[in-house]
Design a binder for this molecule. Structure first.
Ligand code: AMP
Ligand code: MG
Length: 514
């Protein structure tokens, strides 16, 4: 075997330090004849690669073999972790990394980066499935991870996609790919639920301590109960994340507790979607017949998921409570009250983040009243957007360019409404609000264009890249990645990527099949 080319990072045990009740060490399962589909320069830079040279380096056999799992380099310590979770509101028992394999943890100045192969082959947690991911879903996850990052939304990252022509059976026969994901940690709510369900409180505590020490050290420094503080902090981060989802029109599609990151990162991109025509109850996942994870439900569902996490963490602060033994009932009540107290700030934090995002999207400064002083304006807006099925992204982008004084520049946004009178009525309300703060058009427009993206990963854009990739033309994946990495910039050569979806896009369906 030729010597390995050096990697620009050192590795550390990371999650592996927790010991083997948390994971299984294993080897990825090889795939034949790997080829590079795409590498993301910005993500590569996180690990220390030069964005200028990574393109060439990633085409080398060493890179391809490593990031499809055909060779385990000496810096790697591959393992799959065990977790459980609630899926569609129902306890699903043990799940675990069924196709994700942690290769290593890179130690970088800005903290750890776990390097994970998704689609790396069977693990003890694969259950009835095949351990693989198909090219289609790998492209979607890869592009969306990097697009969300560029939008400023907390997310796991994606380094590269390496493909193979090995067949993988889904509804039809597709081909395999491995997407390499990066995150400081891939620990989910479901990891905690797993050990709580088994009543393995020692493991539960070890896991919580690991997360606190590495990612939430302030929870211990604050005095008080560190686990309760952890729950509170995770609630706050989750509130921020979901408020940001709503603002950019992102629908996750499968907000099961095993898809909720303990770091408040968007994780596990499957049947996700961005709103095209605004529908408050949009369901992006074809498999979600009840609409449990509809756009409008996401904040509630996040809160519900946090309750599952709270339930899992409860034993920790009960066990530390000496009063527990003396009066178990009282101890239980006290613990539940403490959990409520830790979850409570979610609502206010969500509301604060929500109004902050939407005020920025509207180009408004606070007038100094209540935090929700613009609630009526927003509620009316959502009503007219919903009634007219206005394209969400185009609406905000075009709104930035209207005049605060009169309707002379309204056409680009007004034309998005079937019911022009509905727009006129709302626009009058909006202009009155702008005049109340003596809004300057140019300043407001600049601010709005910096928060209302021009480019989002619409389903049809991903689909176009996927179709080309199936024919071995990966240039569209790269082009889309480049466009989406500057979502707020005008990119005249990429105007077509900002257009309304074509008619054929309405027939696209995304489901849990990936
Ligand atoms: P998801 O709905 O993609 O978040 O997956 C739920 C669970 O199913 C997780 O434990 C995954 O690891 C597992 N899983 C999904 N697809 C596969 C697959 N093709 N092979 C093995 N496990 C899978
Ligand atoms: Mg998952």
């Amino acid at each position: 075997m030729p010597p390995e080319s050096p990697v620009p990072f050192r590795t550390a045990p990371g999650f592996a330090a927790l010991g083997e009740r948390f994971f299984t060490r294993l080897q990825p399962t090889p795939l034949p004849s790997p080829y590079l589909v795409s590498v993301a320069p910005a993500a590569a830079a996180l690990l220390g690669w030069s964005p200028q040279t990574i393109g060439a380096e990633a085409s080398q056999p060493d890179f391809l073999d490593t990031f499809i799992g055909n060779r385990v380099p000496d810096w790697a310590d591959p393992l799959a972790t065990v977790y459980s979770g609630h899926q569609f509101g129902v306890w699903a028992g043990q799940l675990g990394d069924g196709r994700a394999i942690r290769l290593a943890e890179a130690e970088r100045d800005d903290g750890p980066w776990e390097i994970q192969l998704k689609g790396g082959g069977l693990t003890p947690y694969s259950r009835m499935a095949d351990g693989r991911a198909v090219l289609r879903s790998s492209i979607r996850e890869y592009l969306c991870s990097e697009a969300m990052y560029a939008l400023g939304v907390p997310t796991t990252r994606a380094l590269a996609i390496v493909g193979s022509d090995a067949p993988v059976r889904r509804e039809t026969i597709e081909t395999a790919a491995v997407v390499t994901r990066l995150a400081p940690s891939f620990i989910r709510f479901g990891h905690f639920e797993h050990f709580a369900a088994r009543e393995d409180h020692a493991a539960l505590r070890e896991l919580a301590d690991f997360v606190i020490d590495r990612f939430y050290p302030a929870c211990r420094d604050a005095g008080g109960n560190p686990y309760q503080a952890l729950l509170r902090e995770v609630s706050l981060r989750t509130a921020d994340m979901v408020a940001h989802w709503q603002a950019v029109g992102f629908c996750h599609g499968v907000m099961n507790t095993d898809n909720m990151s303990i770091l408040g990162l968007t994780i596990d991109y499957g049947p996700f979607g961005f709103l095209d025509a605004f529908d408050a109850n949009h369901i992006c996942n074809h498999s979600d017949q009840q609409g449990r994870y509809a756009y409008s439900q996401q904040p509630q569902v996040a809160f519900w998921n946090l309750h599952c996490l709270a339930q899992a963490l409860l034993p920790l602060w009960r066990d530390t409570d000496a009063a527990d033994a003396a009066d178990p009932e009282a101890a239980k009540e006290a613990a539940v009250a403490a959990a409520r107290e830790a979850l409570d700030p979610f609502r206010d934090r969500y509301a604060a983040a929500f109004f902050r995002h939407y005020r920025a999207k509207l180009g408004l400064r606070p007038l100094g009243g209540q935090e929700n002083e613009d609630e009526a304006l927003l509620t009316n807006l959502f009503r007219v957007l919903h009634a007219n099925r206005v394209d969400y992204t185009l609406f905000w982008r075009n709104l930035a360019r209207i005049s605060g004084k009169d309707a002379s520049a309204d056409a680009p946004v007004r034309d998005l409404f079937l019911d022009r009178a509905a727009w006129d009525a709302w626009a009058a309300e909006y202009r009155a609000r702008l005049q109340a703060e003596q809004s300057d058009d140019a300043t407001r427009a600049a601010g709005m264009l910096a928060v209302n993206p021009k480019y989002i990963l619409r389903n049809h854009l991903a689909e176009t890249a996927i179709r080309a990739a199936r024919d071995k033309d990966f240039s569209e994946v790269d082009r889309l990645l480049a466009v989406l990495s500057r979502p707020f910039d005008e990119q005249p050569e990429a105007e077509a990527y900002a257009a309304l979806p074509p008619d054929w896009a309405s027939g696209l369906e995304v489901s849990c099949s990936s």
